[in-house]
Write a protein that binds this ligand. Structure first.
Ligand code: LMR
Length: 397
C-alpha cells in the first residue's frame, strides 16, 4: 500500500538550513532561515531567558498537564504585549509556535466559520501557502510588492482589497514583512483598516517578528488601530524570534470578538480544535515567558536586549548597502538599507542565488530573500565580494 507514496518536495526554507549545516565550506554563511545570529555568528540565549530558566530549575515545578488553552497568566501577558492590556473580549490560546497558531486559525476558519478561501500578500512566507492549503483553504493573493521599485504597491493592494467579498479573510503582516522587509506606514495602515472596516473584511494578522521593526509598541500599531474599530480579527504570534525560543515552539492565537461572551464561545471552539489535534501545549517555554514578563527587571532586560538585536541588524543593513555601493554592485542597495526586520528582498534572481550558494557557500532563500542577522564583521566583506561577483556575471532581474 505504501509503495504508491511519491517523494515529497523539500520545504524551501528548512531544507536550505539542512544543506547549510552539512556544507563543509569553511567560509559558509547562512542568510537563509529567519534566525538571529549575534556578531560572533552564534544563536544567543537571551539573558532574561537564562535567568528565568535558572529560577525554573530551582523551583522544580511538576511537569503536570496545563489547561488545553495554556495558562491564564500566559494569555494575559500575550494580550498585553500585542494589544496593550488583557481584554475579556479577546480569546487567546497558547499555540505550538507561530506555525501552530496559523494552523489552528485555519482549522477555526474552515470548521467554525465555513471559510474556504484566504487572501495573502504577493509574495508571502512560503509556509503560509502550505499551512492554509493543507487545512483545505484556497489561497488567493493581493498585490503587495513591486520588485522593480523595491517598494510596497500600495495602490494596487488597496484596489484589490476593495474588490473582495464581504467577510473575506485577509492575512496581513503587521511588521517586518516576510519575505520582503517592506512594511506599510502608519497612515497606510489606517487606510487599510478603514477599508477593511467599510467592506466588513476579516483581518488576520500574523506577527512573528514583533520588536525587530521599530520597537515592541510600534510594531503592534496595526493591531492597536484595528482594536479601535468594531471589527472581529485574528492574531497569530510567535516568541521564536523575539525571545530566541525557536525550538520551544511557543506562540499564541488570539481572536478579538464583539463581547466577552462571544470570546468565551470562540475559546471553547479553539479548545476543541486543540484537544483533538495535540491535546494541550508544552509548558517549558510558556513558563519562561511567565517568569520574564512577571518580573519588571527581567522584562526590561529583555526589552533592552531585543533593542540591541534590532540595532545590530540595522547596522548590518547600513554596512552591506554601503559596501555594495562602494564596490559598484549592480543591485538596488538602497532597499537593503531601508527595509525592516530580519529580511531584505534583495532583487537577486534565482540564478544569482544559486551561484551564491554553489560558488560561495552563501545561502539565501529564492527568490532573493536575505536574512540580515547572518551577517557580521567577519563575513560581510566576503558576502559583499560574492554579491558583486554574481551580479557582474549574470543579468539583473
Ligand atoms: C523563516 O521565514 O525563515 C522563518 O519563519 C523560519 C521558518 O519556519 O520558515
Amino acid at each position: 500500500m505504501l509503495n504508491k507514496i511519491e517523494p515529497s518536495l523539500p520545504d524551501p526554507i528548512m531544507s536550505l538550513m539542512e544543506a547549510y549545516t552539512q556544507d563543509p565550506h569553511a567560509d559558509k554563511v547562512n542568510l537563509g532561515i529567519g534566525l538571529y545570529y549575534d556578531h560572533q555568528g552564534n544563536i544567543p540565549v537571551m539573558q532574561a531567558v537564562k535567568i528565568a530558566e535558572q529560577r525554573l530549575v530551582e523551583q522544580q515545578r511538576p511537569h503536570t498537564y496545563p489547561p488545553i488553552e495554556g495558562a491564564p497568566l500566559y494569555a494575559n501577558q500575550v494580550q498585553t504585549l500585542l494589544l496593550g492590556q488583557p481584554m475579556a473580549r479577546v480569546a487567546t490560546v497558547q499555540s505550538v509556535g507561530g506555525s501552530g497558531a496559523l494552523k489552528l486559525a485555519a482549522d477555526f476558519l474552515y470548521h467554525a466559520l465555513s471559510r474556504r478561501e484566504i487572501w495573502v500578500s504577493d509574495p508571502t512566507w512560503s509556509n503560509h501557502w502550505a499551512i492554509f492549503e493543507g487545512a483545505g483553504l484556497q489561497v488567493k493573493t493581493y498585490p503587495y510588492f513591486d520588485d522593480n521599485t523595491g517598494l510596497v504597491s500600495f495602490d494596487a493592494m488597496m484596489g484589490a482589497l476593495s474588490c473582495l467579498p464581504t467577510g473575506a479573510v485577509v492575512l496581513l503582516h503587521p511588521c517586518c514583512h516576510n519575505p520582503t522587509g517592506s512594511d506599510l506606514t502608519p497612515s497606510q495602515w489606517r487606510s487599510v483598516i478603514d477599508l477593511m472596516h467599510q467592506r466588513r473584511l476579516l483581518p488576520f494578522f500574523d506577527i512573528a517578528y514583533q520588536g525587530f521593526g521599530e520597537g515592541l509598541e510600534e510594531d503592534s500599531f496595526a493591531l492597536r488601530e484595528t482594536l479601535k474599530t468594531d471589527l472581529d480579527f485574528l492574531v497569530s504570534h510567535s516568541f521564536s524570534k523575539n525571545l530566541a525560543l525557536y525550538g520551544e515552539r511557543l506562540g499564541s492565537l488570539s481572536i478579538c470578538c464583539a463581547s466577552p461572551s462571544v470570546a468565551s464561545n470562540v475559546k471553547g471552539m479553539l479548545k476543541t480544535l486543540i484537544r483533538r489535534s495535540y491535546s494541550c501545549p508544552p509548558i517549558h517555554g510558556s513558563q519562561i515567558v511567565e517568569t520574564v514578563f512577571a518580573d519588571p527587571a527581567l522584562y526590561q532586560n529583555w526589552v533592552g536586549e531585543l533593542a540591541a538585536m534590532r540595532q545590530r541588524i540595522r547596522q548590518m543593513r547600513i554596512s552591506l548597502s554601503a559596501a555594495l555601493e562602494l564596490q559598484g554592485a549592480s543591485l538596488d542597495y538602497a532597499r537593503i538599507r531601508n527595509q525592516k526586520g530580519m529580511f531584505s528582498y534583495t532583487g537577486l534572481n534565482e540564478s544569482q542565488i544559486g551561484q551564491l550558494r554553489h560558488q560561495h557557500a552563501i545561502y539565501l532563500v529564492a527568490p532573493g530573500r536575505m536574512c540580515l542577522p547572518g551577517l557580521n564583521a567577519h563575513n560581510i566583506d566576503y558576502v559583499t565580494a560574492a554579491i558583486v561577483d554574481v551580479t557582474r556575471t549574470t543579468s539583473k532581474r
